[in-house]
Ligand binder design. Sequence first.
Ligand SMILES: Cc1cc2nc3c(=O)[nH]c(=O)nc-3n(C[C@H](O)[C@H](O)[C@H](O)COP(=O)(O)OP(=O)(O)OC[C@H]3O[C@@H](n4cnc5c(N)ncnc54)[C@H](O)[C@@H]3O)c2cc1C
Ligand code: SF4
Length: 326
Amino acid sequence: MKNFTYFQPENLKDAAKQLGNNWKDRLLIAGGTDLLGLMKHNLERPDVLINLKSIAGLEKIEYLPGKELRIGALTKITDIAEHPVIREKFTALAEAAGQVASPQLRNMGTIGGNICQRPRCWYYRGDFNCLRKGGDICFAVEGRNKFHCIIGGAPCFIVHPSDLAVALQALEAKLIIFSGKKSKSVAIKDFFVLPDADVYRENILKPNEIITEIHIPEPASGCQSGYLKFQEREVWDFATVSVGVSIKKNANFIETGLVVFGGVAPRPWIEQKISQALTGTILKENTISELTDICLQDAEPLEENKYKVVLAKNLLKNLLMRLNNI
Ligand SMILES: Cc1cc2nc3c(=O)[nH]c(=O)nc-3n(C[C@H](O)[C@H](O)[C@H](O)COP(=O)(O)OP(=O)(O)OC[C@H]3O[C@@H](n4cnc5c(N)ncnc54)[C@H](O)[C@@H]3O)c2cc1C
Ligand code: SF4
């Protein structure tokens, strides 16, 4: 690993100042569970690491009843999975957090780092100078692409690896981002970018920007949410496909619904058609199958990952049945 200077800022201003305007030389570190691996494999070679943990106040969970939930960016994934209010009212997030990696990683990894973690494509993590690393081609197109995306790809076919991002999208979270002098609020749906917009970055953060908090609006009365993940192995594993859903019901009627898939696209993928189709329906076992049939119609799977379309539909069906007690 390349030598680096370790900087311990006392506040966000100092951290942003240290970050400056250059991606490559200066990086933030939170729990280090992704970044240190990238540095050991020379995929990141910063001169300066800026430790967010030396700044007070970034690790917190605050519930403001009737308004919103506020989670500090340095909050550990374990604390989110186990928090009673999150489990009861923001269930999709607690369920997603409980399925991230292993207990050790959930005890070190933070929500901010989870959202900003880099892709897991085996060519990107391996010794291949692919497009995302400044090379000329995407090795996944003609290569092994079982775990790559089926929608929203080109010219790079990564899937976004974060479980939490999918649940946060289903719950319509906002990210509070400190950018040098002031903070701004960005809806999570506007945070991630597709490879055709930027093939080197997965989100809109600028070099000196820091996520400080995540805000999730209080769910309206009659709202329920959930998260379901399929992983190939029983122990820690990234989502092959996952789904986060939030629905608002009035008696048996669904008034609104939001469906977001993970593991299918380079960003959490909002399934617009199905979200619209849910509105005004009464879900029964046969109507759920008709409904899930319309999802991911625009998918263009690669050679080895056609199975993801079927898997996504089945996960959504299972989750809708669970949320509707069918
Ligand atoms: C073996 C293994 C299995 C895993 N399995 C899963 C899984 O199943 N599901 C899943 O979702 N994840 C999984 N992960 C990823 C893991 O959850 C992330 O590594 C972790 O959440 C990152 O958090 P961190 O605090 O350690 O981030 P770090 O490693 O410290 O940082 C990660 C990145 O985020 C940036 N960053 C950190 N905090 C901020 C901030 N506040 N503002 C702006 N940028 C920031 C850093 O600069 C860095 O680029 C796995 C990781 C490993 C190693
Ligand atoms: S999918 Fe993206 S990260 Fe993976 S090889 Fe292709 S360009 Fe590189």
